[in-house]
Design a protein around this ligand. Structure first.
Ligand SMILES: Nc1ncnc2c1ncn2[C@@H]1O[C@H](COP(=O)(O)OP(=O)(O)OP(=O)(O)O)[C@@H](O)[C@H]1O
Ligand SMILES: [Mg+2]
Length: 520
């Protein structure tokens, strides 16, 4: 064919295309045009040797976890698997960097394609993004996008893809997430639309440095928690065999600053789970609570912090409504008993949240409640099955103190003066000091380890004196006596500061003797 003939044919083809497009636009109104294109696509699929699978971002009401898995898997294929990226030189990649994230994420651009090879079979992925129809009236300012991946495979490879390729992708994506060591922290806010397509949780990258190594707590207790978590994460078979929902509840209780939130972060880092921090006061009713639960993904920790404060708890039976339901006083009544309209998260709603049928949608979920006042909680909330493990986070003891010294000052036990260590060991429990307070002293003096230890010892002693004073005062009040408090306090201080002080001066010997007497 001559060059001029070639160009003539090309020009007539382009002309024909333009004509067809004009006809299409004239004949079909915009809504019908899309349907017609869909029809043509289907027609092509029927006669094609290929089969297509659509994996949409939203699956009915829930987020489609397979979509997220494919996205993560493909983004890693693009960067890690040279074979894939080199065969897709024309692929356009989108680059994203989420706030708080250190890494850049690659992804397929809208409506772009990429090939992947699995067990010698080549498959084609397309990232399909379609603008939703802009409605004449909408509460949402921006038109929404409908996203999904289309997987194109040869019909003869269908069995292989369905049997193992998709499982492989899910497994691989989980591995990538764990490796990235970046999890998401979700939170809910009031008034978020809960329709099927929207996501009621806002998320940020979660990079909390707390781990079980940095956590100051009794090593035995720590070991038990870690074992429990490990057994839970590996327990799919067990939960299935015993007919239990694959979930576990933890109640963390103890005074402020003892590490409850730090433990939650350590759990998330240990298991590689996301955290859903549920702000209960922002939830308006049970049905909203249920919808929030439905939109959580598996492998996650659902946290309600300070359950006794975020929502003022009324024990079951105390605040029974006429219709037989029980309710929380969400702190809005100010004790007046007048409830704000629209706020009716009930105790049974919360119990269902943790233990009802809905709690099993998705699997591998851990519920964690924290409180400073366990005695305020309804016993129904605390029973096994809801809160399987109760963890008391208490004041700092000597083993925990050693962990803090190691973390903050890099001081091992053997690096320290034996006398100082002994002093700390003797004072720390009686001082009733929280790990947060110890951390504060150590952070303040972190550039000078010696000074930090000195200050810590003096803080511990001061607290011991104060505590003994308050105990004595209390005792005297009970006995109705007035005492020589000042003099006794002074004597106590001198005893603690004396270089020749021994256990008798400290008064420990007396206490032990007393205890021995009692035992006798
Ligand atoms: N057990 C601990 N191990 C290590 N650090 C701790 C521990 N407890 C407290 N801290 C330090 O104190 C700070 C406060 O701790 P955290 O927020 O975990 O306490 P909390 O028990 O959740 O307190 P609250 O009841 O007020 O929420 C943390 O930043 C952490 O550095
Ligand atoms: Mg906390």
């Amino acid at each position: 064919m001559k060059m001029s003939d070639y160009w003539t044919t090309m020009a007539s083809l382009v002309g024909m295309l333009a004509f067809c497009q004009t006809i299409l636009q004239l004949v079909f109104p915009p809504e019908l045009r899309l349907a017609f294109i869909h029809f043509l696509t289907r027609l092509r699929h029927v006669f094609s040797s290929h089969i297509y699978f659509d994996i949409t971002e939203i699956d009915g009401v829930n987020t489609n976890e397979l979509y997220n898995a494919v996205q993560l898997y493909l983004s890693s294929s693009v960067t890690v698997n040279g074979a894939v990226s080199s065969s897709n030189n024309n692929t356009r990649l989108s680059l994203t960097r989420v706030p708080n994230s250190s890494s850049v994420t690659f992804g397929l651009s809208n409506n772009d394609r990429i090939t992947d090879v699995f067990n010698g079979v080549t498959v084609l992925w397309e990232h399909v993004v379609v603008q939703r129809q802009v409605q004449s009236f909408s509460w949402r300012p921006m038109p929404e996008e409908k996203r999904g991946f289309t997987l194109q495979i040869n019909k003869r490879d269908k069995a292989l893809v369905l049997d193992s390729y998709l499982d492989y992708i899910v497994g691989k994506s989980e591995e990538i997430r764990r490796r990235n060591e970046e999890r998401l922290l979700y939170t809910n806010s009031r008034g978020v639309s809960l329709d099927a397509r929207s996501h009621p949780w806002d998320s940020v990258r979660f990079k909390h440095p707390s781990t079980f190594d940095t956590l100051a707590m009794d090593p035995e207790k720590k070991k038990r928690i870690m074992e429990d978590l490990r057994e839970f994460a590996n327990g799919q078979g067990f939960y299935q065999k015993t007919g239990r929902a694959w979930k576990r509840g933890y109640l963390l209780y103890g005074p402020p600053g003892t590490g409850k939130s730090s433990l939650i972060a350590a759990m998330a880092n240990y298991l590689g789970y996301d955290i859903y921090d549920l702000e209960l006061t922002e939830v308006q009713n049970n049905s909203e609570l249920r919808k929030l639960l439905m939109k959580t993904s598996s492998k996650s920790i659902i946290v309600i912090e300070d359950i006794d404060c975020s929502i003022s708890l009324t024990k079951r039976g105390k605040n029974k409504k006429k219709n037989g339901s029980y309710e929380y006083d969400p702190g809005l009544t100010n004790g007046s008993g007048l409830e704000e309209p629209g706020s009716s998260v009930t105790l049974s709603g919360l119990l269902n949240f943790t233990d009802g049928l809905w709690s099993c949608c998705g699997s591998e979920k851990i519920f964690v409640f924290t409180t400073n006042h366990i005695e305020k909680l309804d016993s129904a909330l605390l029973r096994s099955g809801r809160m399987d493990m109760h963890v008391h986070m208490g004041f700092c003891k000597f083993p925990a103190l050693k962990i803090l010294l190691k973390n903050y000052l890099r001081l091992e036990e053997e690096d320290m003066d034996g006398v100082v260590l002994k002093e700390m060991e003797e004072c720390v429990e009686e001082a009733e000091i929280t790990p947060a307070d110890v951390s504060e002293v150590l952070i303040r003096n972190r550039s000078d380890a010696e000074k930090a230890v000195r200050e810590l010892v003096s803080v511990l002693k001061e607290r011991v004196v104060k505590r003994r004073k308050s105990v004595r005062l209390k005792k005297k009040k009970e006995e109705g006596e007035e005492g020589e408090e000042e003099a006794e306090e002074e004597q106590e201080k001198r005893a603690l500061d004396s270089p020749n002080r021994n256990r008798e001066v400290f008064g420990f010997q007396d206490e032990e003797d007393e205890e021995e007497e009692k035992e006798k």
